[in-house]
Design a protein around this ligand. Structure first.
Ligand code: IPM
Ligand code: MN
Length: 369
């Protein structure tokens, strides 16, 4: 009997522009699967604000169980003003933290790459930016986001930043492995001059580094790292950091590229993986068909790369994105005079067309997993 090679993918469109950009990502996903004669099965589930509206909670057990049984999860975006005033544990954001924890997604990869066509879009000078290509590797299931005790009352509020040794070891290993496939440099970011948990982090990272003698390691304090990212972003290859610091630094990193709508991300665990755009739900432009689907489509490329080990498929998706930009097509967020303005759906169609063209050009008729 043939082994079951069907890949089960759970799709969580979420809120705001989430459903619009996810629809385009799914279109690309289907085109890629068809080209590579790969069987996929897609299951869509409610998540975030839309789930709160329907079921009173951001992450239902049904949605979670479906994610747990799938090979990969594709997420749009969650949140919006409608749910902002709910208590913490009922907000869409709580669903996001819940799914990360339940799927064990400890490693969050957020690339910050400056596309040559966008060096003028950033708030930074083109000469500072040109050639920037690094990833922020953010620890995602520990640290102050999850540490106990936590709480607040009328008199005080408190959280706990805590890391277990195994948590630092596994994310450090991931960083050295990713750097091994890139430019072999890891910068670990902490606040070891003040925080005990950071000194511990730094010591454990140094210990793990002994297993990777071909990778260069240096350490930066987080305040300095924030400054260095805007001063000279080219110096970085892999930035390894904890949950909260990674949250902040990945926003800085995303913004300097001048193309937040273009940045994908992957959240990986031992058994599960989730892919989502770095941008949020952008409620101000939701439903208008003008959101940029490239971050969502790039997240599909990451899925082929990390979950299905189909690097060729990932590469062609990226080439298709670049070809579309090269041909001058832009959504509103990345529009420049002289380029051609397109909507969400048209951008998705163009990328599918380019994918198919590149696929056939390369003569990739038959492909085995
Ligand atoms: C992110 C977001 C989330 C985070 C929020 C929405 C909970 O800012 O993915 O970076 O802080 O992790
Ligand atoms: Mn964030």
């Amino acid at each position: 009997m043939e082994p079951d090679v069907t890949k089960n993918i759970t799709v969580l469109p979420g809120d705001g522009i989430g459903p619009e950009v996810t629809a385009q990502a799914v279109k690309v996903l289907k085109a890629v699967a068809k080209a590579f004669t790969m069987d996929i099965s897609l299951t869509e589930k409610p998540f975030g604000g839309i789930s709160i509206d329907q079921y009173g909670e951001p992450l239902t057990d049904d949605t979670l169980q479906t994610c747990l049984q799938s090979d990969a999860v594709l997420l749009g975006a969650v949140g919006g003003p409608k749910w902002e005033d709910l208590p913490h544990h009922q907000k869409p954001e709580a669903g996001l933290l819940g799914i990360r924890k339940a799927l064990g997604l400890f490693a969050n990869i957020r690339p910050a790459k400056v596309y040559p066509a966008f060096v003028n879009n950033s708030t930074l000078k083109p000469e500072v930016l040109r050639g920037t290509d690094f990833v922020v590797l953010r620890e995602l299931t520990g640290g102050i986001y999850f540490g106990q005790p936590r709480g607040y009352n009328a008199e005080k509020g408190w959280n706990t930043m805590v890391y277990e040794k195994y948590e630092v070891e596994r994310i450090a290993r991931k960083a050295f492995e990713i750097a091994g496939l890139r430019n072999k440099r890891v910068t670990s970011v902490d606040k070891a001059n003040v925080l005990d948990v950071s000194q511990f982090w730094r010591d454990v990272v140094a210990e793990v580094h002994k297993e990777y003698p071909n990778i260069e390691l240096n350490n930066l304090y987080v305040d300095n790292a924030a400054m260095q990212i805007v001063r000279d972003p080219k110096q970085f290859d892999v930035i390894l950091t904890s949950n909260l610091f990674g949250d902040i630094l990945s926003d800085i990193a995303g913004m300097i590229t001048g193309s937040l709508g273009m940045l994908p991300s992957a959240s990986l665990g031992e058994k599960h993986a989730l892919y989502e755009p770095v941008h949020g739900s952008a409620p101000d432009i939701a439903g208008q068909g003008k959101a940029n689907p490239i971050a969502a489509i790039g997240s599909v490329a990451m899925m082929f790369n990390y979950s299905f080990q189909m690097t060729k498929a990932a590469q062609i998706i990226e080439q298709a994105i670049e070809a579309t930009l090269q041909a001058g097509y832009r959504t509103a967020d990345i529009f420049q005079p002289g380029t051609k303005l397109v909507g969400t759906e048209e951008m998705g169609d163009l990328i599918v067309e380019n994918f198919e063209a590149i696929f056939h050009e390369e003569g990739l008729g038959v492909f085995t997993l």
